[in-house]
Every structure is written in structure tokens, then in C-alpha cells.
Design a protein around this ligand. Structure first.
Ligand code: 4NP
Length: 153
């Protein structure tokens, strides 16, 4: 079992998009039973709120539902449960350190650090553009899946 937690600031735009895109990718490969995939916020801003309409609309276009997802905050105890914490951007690398101060098992990475072009995921909170965010998320999830599936060969 590979346990993955996607992380962003609010857990309403970027990290739930990454959670449900990665769930869809593993389902398409028949690998759902090999993965546990979740998402969480570093902030308390949006706790309990549903996924942002922009993310819901974009994922609906590609046939993915986010039903049942409400924002939660990452907890210290999550460090022991999950194998990978995949962050939307480098500001969240700093934020998560307030909750999980040390990373002795090297579990914390930016999602797009697995891609050939390491960078932050475009933040739709500021751009209003969920299409670019989606393209970044797909690129990151594909690169991450290649990485973990190769490691397990
Ligand atoms: P997210 O988007 O981190 O991708 O879920 C944001 C959500 C809330 C805020 C910023 C970004 N906020 O400032 O409350």
C-alpha cells in the first residue's frame, strides 16, 4: 500500500484536485487497492468547506467527482500514516513545518518536483484559471506515479 497526502493552503482548490486526479489515474490502471490517497490543508481557513466550484467544474469536465470531500487540516500524526506528502508549492513546504517540524524519512516533496520541470502548481486562488492548475496537477501526478511504480519494480 502506498499512502499519499496532497497538501495545499486551503484544501479546497489545488490539493483536492490532485487527490481526485491521482485517484482516477490509479483506478484507470486497476491499482486502486494499492493506494490510499487523501488531501489536507496547512491552514485552518477553509476547514469543513466543500471543494471550490472552480475545481469541481474543471474535474466534472473530465468526468471526475469530488463528492463527499470537505477541507481538513494536516495533523502531526499523519506523518506516521502517510508515505508521501505532495505539496502544491514551496510556501506550503514552510507552512507544513509548523505542523510536522521534521522529515527524517524524506516524505515531504513538492508534487511538481517529480516532473522534468520542477515548479509550484499554478494557484487558481490568484489566477482564477483552473485549466492551467489542472494541467500542472496532471503533469505532477503522472510524474509521481511513474516514480513510485518504478521504485516498486
Ligand atoms: P488552495 O486555495 O490552497 O489551493 O485550496 C486557496 C484556498 C484558500 C485560500 C488561499 C488559497 N485562502 O487564502 O483562504
Amino acid at each position: 500500500m502506498i499512502r499519499v497526502m496532497m497538501i495545499c493552503l486551503g484544501n479546497i482548490c489545488r490539493s483536492p484536485m490532485a487527490e481526485f486526479v491521482l485517484k482516477d489515474m490509479v483506478a484507470q490502471r486497476g491499482l486502486s487497492d494499492c493506494f490510499e490517497i487523501a488531501s489536507a490543508a496547512t491552514s485552518t481557513e477553509e476547514i469543513g468547506n466543500p471543494v471550490h466550484p472552480g475545481t469541481r467544474r474543471k474535474l466534472a469536465e473530465v468526468g471526475i467527482s469530488t463528492a463527499g470531500k470537505y477541507a481538513v487540516q494536516v495533523k502531526r500524526s499523519d506523518y506516521d500514516r502517510y508515505d508521501y506528502f505532495l505539496l502544491a508549492d514551496s510556501s506550503n513546504l514552510r507552512n507544513i513545518r509548523r505542523i510536522i517540524p521534521a522529515d527524517p524519512e524524506n516524505k515531504i516533496h513538492r508534487l511538481l518536483d517529480f516532473s522534468d520541470r520542477p515548479r509550484d502548481i499554478a494557484d487558481p486562488w490568484y489566477t482564477g484559471n483552473f485549466d492551467v492548475t489542472y494541467d500542472d496537477v496532471v503533469e505532477g501526478c503522472e510524474a509521481f506515479l511513474r516514480h513510485v511504480l518504478n521504485e516498486r519494480k
